[in-house]
Every structure is written in C-alpha cells, then in structure tokens.
Design a protein around this ligand. Structure first.
Ligand code: GLY
Ligand code: MN
Ligand code: MN
Length: 470
C-alpha cells in the first residue's frame, strides 16, 4: 500500500465523528475557559534518585549523547490502545511512572564534566489549539488533563522541552555519538545492571507493591467460595486480584496465573478459564504494579476448601523446605547459582525419597542427569523491580554468577509440579502443583522477606483463610 493510501485510511477513522472545523470554530471553542491557577506540583521524592542514576549513565558513556525513549502507545485493535506503560529504563532514569506521556524521550548529554539532561515530551497544546478538541488520542477534551513543560519540570526536577524540538536538537550531533537502546547493546546492559541494587526510594515502592498484592490475595480468599460456584471460577479469582490492583495500584505487573487443580502444572497458565473445585489446590501467581511502576511477584498455593489433605501438605512441605533452605543461606557474598543449587538439592532429595527415580539424589544432581528437574523445570528466582523479570539484560557475570549485595530484591520461588499424565509418579500425586514465591530484600546479614505478612506455612494458611472467610 502506498503511503498516501495508508494516510487516507487512517484519516477515515477520525473523520467519522464529524467534528466542526474551521478557524472560526477553533477560536470559539478555545475561549471562555477559566485560567488554570493550580500551583506547580511539588518535586517528587524520586527526583534526586533519578538524577543520580542519570549521573551514573553519563559517567559510563562520557562524550556521548544517550537517548532513552519511553515508547509509543500500543494498539490493541484498530484505534483502541492498551493502557500506556513506558519503557522501564526510561521510568528508572526519569522517575516518571504511570503518568508518563507516551512517546516522551530522555536525552542525557554526557559530553561535559556534569551531565545535562532534557526530557522531551508532547506537552499540552493548550485550549487554543485544534488538538484540544479534535485529536481523540491526545486532545484534552478526550483524554483529560495533560501537563505542560513547567509542570513536569517541577515534578521531576529536570529540564523539559517540547517533543517537536527533539529531531532538530539531535541533528546537531554526529550520528555515531548518539546512543540509543536500539543501537547499543552496551547501553541496554548498563541500564539493566543499574537496576540490580535498589535505592531507598525503590525499596519503599516495592513495599507498597507488596502491601497492595497482599490485599489482592486476601480478596482472592474472600471470593474463593463464589469461584467454586462458577464454571470458570479461575476467572473469578483473577478478577478479584485485578480489582485490588486497579484500586490500590496502577495495574498488574504481569498476567495473573490463577491455576486450579492440574492447571497448576502449566507454569504460565493465564487462560484462567477452568473450574475451582473444593478438595483441590489453587496456585495463584500475581503482583500489583504501583503508580511508580514497581511490581511485586507473589505465589501462594491454597487449599480451595480451606484445608490441605495429607498428601497436598506433604508436597507443600517439600517445596517449603526448598524455599526455607534458600532463605537460610541467602546473604551478601553468595551467588544466584548457589541459591538455585540449594533449592535443587532439596527438590532432588524429596523426589528421590518418594522413589520417583532410581540412583539416588546425588546422581540426579549431576549435570548430565538432572532427573528431578522433570518436576521443577523453572529457575529458583529472579531480580524484581520495575519489571517482573528485572535486570533481564544484565550480563551473566552480573546476574547468575554474581554475588548478592545489600539492596538487591529478588524472588525465591521453588515449586513441584506433577502432571496429570506423568507416569513416573504414583496416581495420587498426579494433577498436583505447588509453588511458593516470596519477594526478598538483601540486607547486610541475610534477606528480609518482604512478603512475610502473607502466610506460608500450611497451618497459618488454613487459619488465615478461615479468618477471611468468616
Ligand atoms: N510470575 C512470573 C514469575 O514468577 O516469574
Ligand atoms: Mn517470579
Ligand atoms: Mn510469579
């Protein structure tokens, strides 16, 4: 299709609603509005933290112009868009969270001794423009308040400029001196690794995300009985959590896994269209993303009728033992890989004790065997923050092979999953899946469980569920 034809088709959509046009109308609709006397916003607490992060980028890329784009809105279908969510590196380096204007761009000029940063964004065009009433994607008649340059500068403590100036400003620099996330792997790695250790602002935001997520789990328990009465009870569970995510935060940090019965064995079960049956377990993996865009990542496996059966409890306790073994050894100086090995030793021992394979757990732990991994194929944890799988572009030596340091936040999430058609395990194990996932902060001497307020032990879970259902 030619460019002209594509433009014509795109314009056809917006022409459908027959908005009035012409200079006379623009003038008429642009007048007789009260002057906005709202004072400038107070500077956000994140501002000095974001400035320090930009300093770190400038130091690493001396002499360059670093460009970090927030990214465009993504179309769901036709002219319907997903809720906007900026790129995480952009959010980290500006401190701008859920209220980020789409297509904004951060430019860090690292040529001088002290970096100079400018945040370019599409500011409100004001009520005198045609955009105000005629642009359904960004006009304030349609989407509500959009900030001006001064307001965002005051909020984030950064120089702001109109997005319309960006191309001309960048054109002043030689192309090879301009680094973007699309062009520079080094930059991608650096901004990912910059998030490995959380500052005090980030830790506080993570605690908010966890608190909101705990409310979400409480709401799930309150809705479990209703879920058992609906043919797609998993959706009732998913929706109960989502209501809290929207009420208490910005959104979900990732698609909720509400996996009842044997669905728990599908690691990323997000269809959530199955029934919730008393007597079975339900595995729920869900996290609230707060307005600053930090997310929790929590899993609890609950007995739907409020009480674990003997075998459910036995499997649950095996997973809990694996998790607790990691909690006991995680501290500054140990590596990610060592934590994984610790969990795997317990998983191998348990599955060997149950007699699921011959040869003993030590044989299974040998790299060439790994028989126990049939029942826990995923990793034991990952960094957590602005992204659910945070710092994912960090180099291996900075992640899996790196020692833990104070201020890191990650998950501990062992599991055991016995598929309903797994002929290697006894019938009674089949269709049971358990995962326990907590979010932890590395302290000077160990780890603090940020999700400790959500019960983990079977008796505590039963008591908590009984109390919420009462
Ligand atoms: N919710 C995805 C994960 O646990 O990694
Ligand atoms: Mn996780
Ligand atoms: Mn999870």
């Amino acid at each position: 299709m030619s460019k002209d034809a594509a433009k014509k088709l795109a314009e056809r959509g917006s022409a459908r609603s027959h908005r009035p046009t012409g200079n006379k109308f623009v003038k008429y609709i642009g007048t007789n509005w009260a002057i906005d006397t709202t004072p400038l916003p107070k500077q956000s607490k994140v501002a000095p933290f974001a400035a320090a992060r930009r300093d770190a980028v400038a130091e690493a890329f001396q002499g360059k112009i670093v460009v970090i784009a927030a990214g465009p809105e993504l179309a769901r279908s036709n002219d319907d868009f997903y809720r906007y969510r900026p790129n995480s590196a952009f959010a980290h380096l500006t401190g701008w969270g859920s209220s980020t204007v789409s297509d904004s761009v951060l430019v860090i000029d690292a040529r001088g001794k002290k970096q100079k940063s400018v945040l370019y964004f599409r500011e409100s065009a004001g009520k005198k423009s045609a955009e105000f009433f005629s642009n359904s994607q960004i006009g304030e008649f349609w989407v509500g308040f959009r900030p001006n340059l001064k307001q965002v500068a005051a909020l984030l403590g950064i120089q702001t400029k109109s997005l319309s100036k960006l191309d001309a400003d960048l054109a002043e620099h030689k192309k090879k001196n301009v680094l973007t996330l699309e062009k520079s792997t080094k930059l991608v790695e650096f901004v990912s690794e910059l998030r490995l250790i959380k500052d005090s602002y980030e830790i506080a935001e993570m605690k908010k995300a966890v608190a909101a997520s705990i409310k979400g789990f409480e709401s799930i328990v309150k809705n479990l009985s209703a879920a058992t009465k609906h043919p797609r009870g998993e959706r009732i569970v998913e929706a109960a959590f989502y209501a809290e995510a929207r009420a208490e935060g910005y959104d979900l940090g990732y698609g909720t896994i509400a996996a009842a019965g044997s669905h728990a064995c599908t690691l990323h079960w997000v269809d959530n269209d199955g029934p919730v049956k008393p007597g079975e377990l339900i595995l729920v993996d869900a996290g609230v993303e707060v307005e600053s865009l930090y997310t929790a990542d929590v899993t609890r496996t609950l007995p739907i009728n409020g009480k674990f059966s003997k075998l459910q409890k036995e499997i649950y306790m095996a997973v809990l033992e694996a998790a607790d073994a990691v909690f006991a050894m995680a501290k500054p100086g140990v590596t990610y890989s060592e934590m994984h090995k610790t969990a795997m030793k317990v998983i191998a021992q348990k599955t060997a004790d149950w007699g699921f394979y011959k040869g003993g757990y030590e044989e299974s732990l040998k790299p060439e065997n790994q028989w126990h991994r049939r029942w826990m194929i995923h990793g034991t944890g990952h960094h957590l923050g602005l992204d659910v799988h945070d710092c994912a572009q960090a180099r291996r030596e900075m992640y899996h092979d790196h020692v833990l340091e104070e201020g890191m936040i990650f998950t501990i999430e062992p599991g055991l999953y016995f598929h309903k058609d797994d002929l290697m395990v006894p019938k009674e194990f089949r269709g049971i899946g358990v995962r326990i996932e907590d979010d932890v902060l590395v302290t000077r001497t160990g780890v603090q469980n940020l999700t400790a307020k959500l019960p983990r032990k079977p008796e505590e879970i039963e008591a908590w569920m009984a109390k919420l259902k009462a």
